[in-house]
Write a protein that binds this ligand. Structure first.
Ligand code: T46
Length: 172
């Protein structure tokens, strides 16, 4: 298991403990409480979610003030952008992009007060996350993926987005 710091304090890039390949395919332990706790990743995850998206779908940028997320790519590949949205942090507004795929098996641990958004680069991708709180849409904030003030990089220019993710009226 490998845990690496990233440009953003608290955001970690993780390579899972077991990636086993044989003539049949692969076997991956995507989470192991004892090993992750030993590595300092001891957040109390209580909810698992997946979202399945077609190529060029962009979901986000969303976040909230309470939830830790452990994100994996179960199928395909996506570019994921994480932005510090903690107004009390010296890194407020700083962001970093990563590529998670079913090939590199990398995971990201994202703390509260960070926004995340991802755009799918393969025909389809499955985005999996473990979360430390139950879904609370009212508690989430939304940032526009193409807000010129944020000066973000995305690998494509014309993603498929929901009304929430394309209209400033939903900004919070
Ligand atoms: C997040 C979530 C959603 N839902 C329901 C609510 C809606 O009926 C449906 C789609 O929700 P939404 O359009 O908010 O999904 P995304 O646009 O993919 O947003 C999510 O994906 C971005 C990238 C995130 O990281 C957040 O977890 C979350 O905001 O799933 C649930 O039932 N539970 C949940 O935890």
């Amino acid at each position: 298991m490998k845990v690496e710091e990233t440009k953003l304090d608290g955001v970690l890039k993780i390579t899972p403990p077991t990636i086993f390949e044989d003539f049949r395919g692969e076997y991956i332990e995507t989470y192991n409480e004892r090993l992750y706790h030993e590595a300092g990743i001891d957040q109390p995850f209580i909810q698992d979610d997946i979202s399945v998206s077609s190529q060029h779908v962009l979901r986000g940028i969303h976040g909230d003030a309470e939830t830790w997320k452990l994100i994996s790519c179960l199928h395909g590949k996506f570019y994921i952008l994480v932005i510090n949205w903690d107004k009390d942090s010296p890194q407020f507004g700083q962001w970093e992009g990563h590529t998670l795929s079913a090939k590199n098996r990398h995971q990201l641990l994202i703390p509260p007060k960070h926004g995340n958004g991802h755009v799918v680069l393969t025909d389809e991708a499955i985005f999996h996350y473990k979360q430390t709180s139950e879904y609370n849409r009212a508690g989430q904030f939304t940032l526009l993926w193409n807000d010129p003030k944020l000066d973000l990089y995305w690998p494509i220019n014309n993603p498929i987005v929901s009304p929430r993710d394309s209209d400033a009226q939903y900004l919070t």
